[in-house]
Design a binder for this molecule. Structure first.
Ligand SMILES: Nc1ncnc2c1ncn2[C@@H]1O[C@H](COP(=O)(O)OP(=O)(O)OP(=O)(O)O)[C@@H](O)[C@H]1O
Length: 269
């Protein structure tokens, strides 16, 4: 099976700091792939390179097996790759339907739209309502401003927007970081629905229980490169954390102690 999105040997240097040091990446069709790693492991840099927000110094990116180069996030979006950023890029004072169509406004048909640039608010509301329903995001009214929503509902709007436009990949950077238990649960449900719709999801997360709950596979990033690809069913959380920190490595699909001192320090071995 050809990966939907792939990277080979990505390198990104910031002066003396090497954020990406030959990073590989593979996202398979229809999966939720969690990207985990310690602080500074290069998760954000990897995701930025894959979504056009950063230009790698070396390496290549392939979409459906074909080499691509995204000069900016807009170009990645044109290729069906949508990103939900941690700092929720929703416009708080605008209503939900307008947020869904931000940057992609639908104009009225005929001269009202082409000459007078009038927005087709009705159509945008109807389409937004359909997307919200698809993802089971229960909102009373799409004309309420986003600032009147709870954190989880705002996240819902950001996710729904990404999903609505993503034809290939949805990338989410810590989507549950700022949310409570119930709201996190709703976002995880939403991610499942996106996957069930057939769109693969890349999820950066520090939250190991969430990763284990939702991911089909885990990409472990360490010191600027991918050090393991795992299935949550094959490992327990302690092992995965040990691999993330370098206390263990994966050899022939099995986690083995690589650094005895570090492994003992986290209660393994
Ligand atoms: N714009 C930048 N200028 C200089 N150094 C940078 C820049 N962006 C990232 N870095 C450095 O590159 C390394 C990787 O950073 P990156 O943000 O990709 O890691 P991360 O795994 O996402 O970390 P975190 O979990 O803390 O967000 C770090 O050492 C970081 O300080």
């Amino acid at each position: 099976m050809t990966p939907v999105l792939q990277a080979r040997g990505l390198v990104k240097r910031y002066g003396h700091v090497t954020a990406l040091d030959g990073a590989d990446f593979d996202l398979m069709p229809g999966e939720v792939l969690a990207v985990i790693g310690d602080n500074g492991a290069g998760k954000t840099s990897l995701i930025k390179a894959l979504t056009g927000a950063l230009q790698p110094d070396e390496g290549e990116i392939l979409l459906d097996g074909k080499p691509v180069r995204f000069r900016d996030p807009l170009e990645a979006r044109k290729h069906g790759i949508e990103t939900v950023y941690q700092d929720l890029a929703v416009a708080a004072s605008l209503d939900i339907a307008t947020n869904m169509f931000l940057g992609r406004e639908v104009r009225k048909p005929g001269p009202l739209g082409t000459l007078f640039r009038m927005l087709d608010k009705k159509r945008m509301r109807e389409e937004s309502a359909k997307h919200m329903e698809d993802l089971k995001i229960g909102l009373r009214s799409l004309t309420q401003p986003v600032e009147s929503l709870s954190g989880g509902q705002r996240q819902g709007v950001a996710v729904a927007r990404a999903v609505a436009w993503a034809s290939n990949v949805v990338v989410m950077d810590e989507p549950t970081a700022a949310l409570g238990v119930k709201e996190s649960g709703q976002v995880l449900d939403m991610i499942r629905r996106v996957r069930d719709r057939g769109t693969p999801v890349v999820l950066i997360s520090h939250n190991m229980p969430h990763v284990f709950e939702i991911a089909d596979r885990i990409h472990v990033q360490r010191l600027g490169r991918r050090v393991a690809q795992l299935k949550p069913a094959d490992h327990n959380m302690a092992e995965v954390v040990a691999i993330m920190t370098g206390a263990m490595t994966v050899t022939d699909g099995k986690a083995v102690v690589a650094d005895k001192g570090a492994a003992e320090a986290i209660g393994l071995s």
